[in-house]
Design a protein around this ligand. Sequence first.
Ligand code: CA
Length: 234
Amino acid sequence: MMEVAPLVLLIEDEDPMRRFLRTSLAQHNYRLVEAKTGEDGVVQARTHNPDIVLLDLGLPDIDGLEVTKRLRGWTTIPIIVLSARGQEHDKVIALDAGADDYLTKPFGTGELLARIRVALRHHARVDKEHPATSLTIGDVHIDFERRLVLVRDAEVHLTPIEYKLAAVLMRNAGKVVTHRQLLHEVWGPTHTNETQYLRVYMSQLRHKLERDPARPTYLVNEPGVGYRLRITER
Ligand code: CA
């Protein structure tokens, strides 16, 4: 764990939502900086250099998507988008523009804190100069150098596409990866609309990695958004 409490920048115009988050975060020893507008949020990010940003999509001046783009111009700090129902499309665009995750309002404190922990941990890991050569998530182990996948210590044969898909999800474990991002990473920039490929290969991958492919533990569908390799928390 970090020695100093992580600093959260909250960019949100609704007072009740800010009150809720202020209370929840204070109870769990996070430090907090707040902004009520997108422009101010960008300024606060530069001034305070927070560890993570919680970003409302609907803001009175520039929207959350624009804030995401401006922040991504100079920083890789984790951004968790706070979206309302009906902002499905905006949320996906924000994720494609570089946001790390999302929470749909209303959400509970437990869910919020879990997402913050995953985002901070992931950021600490990918921030290192050399990416991990192997990763273990629950029953699944991947060795990137040998292109080897083990499930409950037994080697599983994956096709090249299945391996690429598994590798992208493992490297982003805990985070949602959008359909567009997955298609781009695995099939390349000309196939970013072929979501049916994903359904087919994700089903194959579930049959190889999951105990019960019909009730996946790891390869979780985020309807209308993408997929997430779930980290089971202790
Ligand atoms: Ca709002």
